[in-house]
Design a protein around this ligand. Structure first.
Ligand SMILES: [Zn+2]
Length: 488
């Protein structure tokens, strides 16, 4: 009987983040030892649900291994990474022989001693499962594609959409692709083109929406099994951090290389058009001060916990205080100490509180304010699509005419209910400042008069030309105008 092993192991590692990723980070986000599909799916366990159903529908035997995924932060501590990886390997060894191995991974996981966790995992899976097994990974598009990964896997498929709304479809495609090898219909081969670009490419606006259709059209060519645009994760100082085009063919590396190169040329040609524009902090504050419509939605993109930033930076708060602006709601500030003080003081208490700026220099200086605790909620959560995302014990404090939401489980601001559950009336505010890069947009854009993206200081500043990389292997745009110059 065909035997299928499924697993999930990953996180998005911001190598500039001061927050270590250890057991608590994995436990907080959900750590399963073979029973993830008995629980509601999240972005990275959803593929396991798809694969489990697809395998069972064909009468295959399913071996479900670990599912571990942590909120993005700094590198994973070594013993934790090795324990998770070895649990996966032990499950594989116990299940041998295995015909298919499908893993949901992020693609930008770094651990102490391992710049390329996915390459390490895939190489070990291949060594143990053998050359005849069909091995593949579904990856976040914010991934680093490495030679170790492409050497070991039969197929790598990334999300095509940012925000990531297509995880289920990509999971089904990976299953079908690997099944082709198991049934002897295809011999998958991976080709890669390094685009030599560092940036972000939201697919909710043109020309990226159309480019996603271009990728899908390329998959319909004879001999091509899959096409992915791996955007890369800009705040990962590893050799392979640049964007890459990944093409899986039916044993036709020349076709794969030519297709990857042609699609890479297209994304290169679109680089000025696709580069998002950010206001400076000062210009953003001017726009808020001048606005008559309300509320203005202001994205503090550089302190997005979803990109590994701490979520406790104070640059926007400081600027708002210095300008004397009021009637602004701001959040979510990750500050478990401040939340603890608010809980102890109790609702209605007025006292001096130090807020934010605790994680490191990228968070700015702490801000000392006389606050009034308006409301405290234990074990709070916020919406993200149809999911509920935990934010831990949380407090709404008011100070200097500002409404600040403080949380104790680190997370970006996804949804207006992060504020409204406390009783904060966002429609009556002149601005709402959210710590998020892009995922806030679906919930907040409909309630705002306009959306401003601020290129604030912080742990994930979108100043791509000046990220202080030490390890990136190739020249890249926009740091240099022509990253191919030395090759000519
Ligand atoms: Zn992503």
């Amino acid at each position: 009987m065909t035997k299928v092993l499924i697993a999930c192991l990953g996180t998005e590692t911001n190598t500039f983040s001061p927050i270590p990723t250890g057991w608590a980070s994995f436990l907080e986000a959900g750590l399963f030892h073979g029973d993830a599909t008995a629980h509601p799916p999240n972005l990275f366990t959803e593929p396991l649900h798809v694969w489990h159903r697809a395998a069972e529908a064909r009468g295959f035997e399913v071996v479900e291994s670990i599912a571990a995924f942590a909120q993005p932060a700094g590198p994973t501590v070594r013993p934790v990474y090795e324990a998770l990886r070895d649990e996966l390997m032990d499950d594989l060894k116990a299940a041998l022989p295995v015909d298919m191995v499908l893993v949901s991974m992020h693609g930008a996981m770094v651990a102490d001693g391992y710049f390329d966790c996915e390459g390490d995992i895939l190489a070990r899976l291949r060594e143990t499962a053998g050359p005849e097994a069909a091995i593949g990974a579904e990856l976040d598009l914010h991934c680093s594609i490495t030679a170790a990964m492409t050497d070991a896997a039969d197929a790598l498929i990334t999300f095509k959409e940012y925000p990531h709304i297509d995880g289920k479809e990509r999971a089904a495609e990976l299953f079908d692709l690997l099944l082709g090898k198991v049934e002897g219909r295809t011999r998958p081969a991976i080709s890669v083109h390094d685009c030599r670009m560092v940036g972000v490419w939201p697919t909710t606006r043109e020309p990226m929406t159309a480019f996603v259709d271009t990728l899908k059209a390329a998959e319909k060519q004879p001999g091509i099994l899959s096409v992915s645009f791996a955007h890369g994760f800009p705040w990962s100082d590893v050799p392979d951090t640049t964007a890459k085009m990944v093409v899986v063919t039916d044993d036709d590396p020349a076709l794969g290389a030519a297709t990857a190169r042609a699609l890479g040329a297209q994304i290169w040609a679109l680089r000025e058009q696709t580069a998002p524009t950010y206001l400076s902090l000062a210009d953003g504050i001017d726009r808020v001060a001048a606005s008559n419509a309300s509320p203005v939605i202001v994205a503090d993109v550089s302190d997005n916990a979803g990109g590994g930033a701490p979520g406790d930076s104070t640059f926007v708060l400081q600027a708002v205080l210095e300008r004397g602006l009021t009637n602004i709601a701001m959040g979510l500030f990750w500050d478990p100490i401040a939340v603890r003080f608010c809980k102890e003081a109790g609702e209605g208490a007025t006292f001096d509180l130090r807020i934010g700026g605790k994680s490191g220099p990228a968070s700015g200086a702490p801000v000392d304010l006389t606050v009034t605790v308006r409301k405290v909620i234990d074990d709070a959560s916020q919406s993200f699509g149809t999911s509920r995302m935990p934010i831990g014990d949380a407090a709404w404090v008011e100070a200097n005419g500002l409404d600040l939401v403080l949380i104790s489980v680190r997370q970006q601001t996804f949804d207006p209910d992060a504020f409204t559950q406390f009783g904060i009336d966002l429609a009556a505010r002149s601005a709402v400042v959210v710590k998020s890069s892009q995922h806030f947009h679906a919930g907040f854009a409909p309630i705002g008069s306009e959306v401003l993206y601020l290129g604030t200081p912080g742990a994930i500043t979108p100043d791509f030309a000046n990220i202080p990389f030490k390890r990136v292997a190739v020249p890249y745009w926009p740091k240099v105008a022509d990253p191919w110059a030395e090759d000519r």
